[in-house]
Design a protein around this ligand. Structure first.
Ligand SMILES: [Cu+2]
Length: 127
């Protein structure tokens, strides 16, 4: 009798442990979505938006804007610094763009004339 109770408790323990592992894994797998720029969205002055936020690889950046007014270009460090777009850069302009973060720095800008130099660019570091 006592032995049976013991093994039942051990089984319960194992089940709990397995559940715990699944929960932890599930939380790791959950990528977060971020609305770039918050309520104002992807617009001028958005450059400071990533400050103080922690991003992870696989998180999604959502760029919301009027498609006739802006676009989103994924650039490299040089492009970000100089507001230029390297040949072959990924450009999207749906007004509701979902972009997955890669490890390290992710650089984005709007390449409509005068937009990037008016702080319409961001760098997001993902760990
Ligand atoms: Cu723009």
């Amino acid at each position: 009798m006592g032995q049976e109770r013991g093994s039942a408790m051990a089984t319960k323990g194992i089940v709990l442990l397995v559940l715990l592992c699944f929960t932890i894994q599930w939380e790791i797998a959950q990528a977060k979505s971020y609305m770039v720029g918050g309520v104002t969205g992807w617009t001028f002055g958005v450059q400071s938006w990533p400050k103080g936020k922690k991003f992870r690889v696989g998180d999604i950046l959502v760029f919301k804007y009027l498609p006739t007014a802006h676009n989103v270009v994924k650039v490299n460090h040089y492009g970000y610094k100089t507001c230029s777009v390297p040949k072959g850069s990924f450009i999207t302009r749906t007004g509701n763009d979902h972009i997955k973060l890669r490890k390290g720095n992710n650089f984005f800008l709007c390449n409509l004339p005068g937009h990037c130099i008016n702080a319409m660019k961001i760098v997001v570091y993902a760990t």
